[in-house]
Write a protein that binds this ligand. Structure first.
Ligand code: UGA
Length: 444
């Protein structure tokens, strides 16, 4: 019986899954249709930035535990497990586009000749697994047994390998214990609670986790906005409420909002799915709405500080949706640049590693330039928006930065990551998110 693990899709989740399973000693075949990407991977390169991934992939190929192919049939002939790791982007309606998922599953059930297990890693709306099982059952005719297991991923970009090796839990949704146990055996090196459940519950666990985290961030952002109007300090508020174990410290960092390839897409997808079933998910809708408004507060702060926006030179530092990634998908920063350009501002943008990806979304034009360094970006600007909390920004020579800027030396710290006291002492007009009391508090 074939024993290997096929990974369908060498995107972000697929490559991390492939590299980590190979490290754990499994024989892995990663299937990628995109020829250019495949060549890159075969040369030991990774098409995106993820700390530690390149070394792990190279170690996998060197030990012959990991191989790459574009030939799905070749992979099918040698594999028992098929991890589906393809994209499920949003359609214009907010609904998840499952075309790649359906196509990958079809490839497998049409070609597989021996007993196999399809393991769904892609984020699919609750109910999808049961529909796929139905489709497999109706169309797969050659007698081999195909099981279907939902095994959602909870990896965060920028720390995905650590998240794989030390997850908070592993969720396995199956309709029979044999398939569930088979998938569980792949996690033999992982010390974490194993949640074995039905397929639809596993699917909803993924959406519910992401949606809850967005609500937590939207909630603290609203508290930060409240701190601004009552003149309180969000850092202390957030720290103190996070110490309550029932609330927990993480995801309480106030800022300009949540972005990325998952949260926006998954919240829209869950909202769409709820509506399809006639359920109005009020909290989720509120979380999305708060997030859409949060970035506009930056525009208001700029307007307050600069009096008007047309032709004002503004540096935007940080283009990736968060640090340690070059991913700009649904980055708040890019959306803000777009808004500011429409208002007539002149933008000088910089990110330590995401400039090239940002240019593909917002090409250079007479009002938008990308700088090679943060120092170059800020030259001659009247304001800075710090949109991504890259550590290099925190450690910059802020005196040198001020010297190269023009009045009114406005900084909008959209991630509350700079030291307000130091920055104000240099002479900046410092604005952040809910940090109105910081300076006063520090000097009393
Ligand atoms: C998120 C989840 O955290 C993962 O568990 C999940 O597997 C993944 O989506 C997915 O569905 O694939 P990721 O998109 O990599 O991971 O990013 P996060 O670290 O969760 O951050 C998301 C956004 O929230 C970022 O824009 C970040 O700046 C923002 N955020 C996060 C805050 O504004 N405040 C916080 O306290 C935390």
């Amino acid at each position: 019986m074939p024993l290997k693990i096929s990974i369908i899709g060498a995107g972000y989740i697929g490559l991390v899954t492939a590299a980590c399973l190979a490290k754990d000693g499994f024989e892995v075949v990663c299937v990628e249709k995109d020829g250019a990407k495949l060549q890159l991977l075969k040369k030991g390169e990774v098409p995106f930035h993820e700390p530690g991934l390149k070394d792990l992939l190279r170690a996998g190929t060197a030990s012959k535990k990991l191989e790459f192919t574009s030939d799905i049939e070749q992979a099918i002939n040698v594999s028992r497990f098929f991890f589906i790791c393809v994209g499920t982007p949003s359609l214009a309606t907010g609904q998840a586009d499952l075309s790649q998922v359906y196509s990958a599953v079809k490839d497998i059930y049409q070609k597989v000749k021996s007993d196999s297990i399809i393991v769904m890693k892609s984020t699919v709306p609750p109910g999808t697994g049961l529909r796929l099982i139905d489709e497999i059952w109706q169309n797969h005719k050659n007698g081999a047994k195909i099981d279907y297991v939902s095994n959602p991923e909870f990896l965060r970009e920028g720390q995905a390998i650590n998240d794989w090796q030390k997850p908070d839990r592993v969720v396995i949704g199956a309709d029979n214990s044999e398939a569930a146990e088979a998938v569980k055996s792949l996690y033999k090196n992982i010390q974490a609670p194993m949640i074995i459940t039905d397929i639809t519950s596993a699917e909803i666990i993924k959406y519910a986790s992401n949606a809850f985290l967005t609500m937590k961030v939207s909630y603290i952002n609203e508290i930060a906005n409240l701190c601004e109007v009552v003149s309180a300090n969000i850092d202390d508020v957030s720290h103190a409420i996070g110490l309550d174990k029932r609330i927990g410290k993480s995801f309480l960092k106030a800022g300009i909002g949540w972005g990325g390839s998952c949260f926006p897409k998954d919240t829209r997808g869950l909202d769409f799915l709820s509506a399809q079933y006639g359920y109005d998910f009020h909290l989720l809708k509120a979380s999305i709405r708060v997030n859409a408004n949060q970035r506009l507060r930056v525009v208001h702060k700029l307007l307050q500080g600069l009096k008007s926006l047309p032709d004002k030179k503004i540096a935007v530092l940080g283009l990736a949706f968060k640090p340690e990634t070059d991913d700009v998908r649904e980055s708040i920063s890019l959306d803000l640049i777009n808004i500011l350009l429409k208002e007539g501002a002149v933008i000088r943008a910089f990110d330590p590693i995401a400039n090239e990806n940002a240019k593909k979304v917002l090409p250079v034009d007479e009002k938008l330039v990308y700088a090679e360094t943060a120092y170059e970006a800020v030259e001659g600007c009247e304001a800075i928006v710090l949109a991504t909390e890259w550590p290099v920004f925190i450690d910059m020579d802020w005196q040198k930065i001020k010297n190269s800027m023009l009045a009114p030396f406005l900084i909008i710290d959209g991630r509350n990551c700079l030291n307000p006291r130091t920055i104000k002492e240099i002479g900046f007009n410092y604005k952040a998110i809910g940090r109105e009391r910081d300076f006063d508090k520090n000097i009393t």
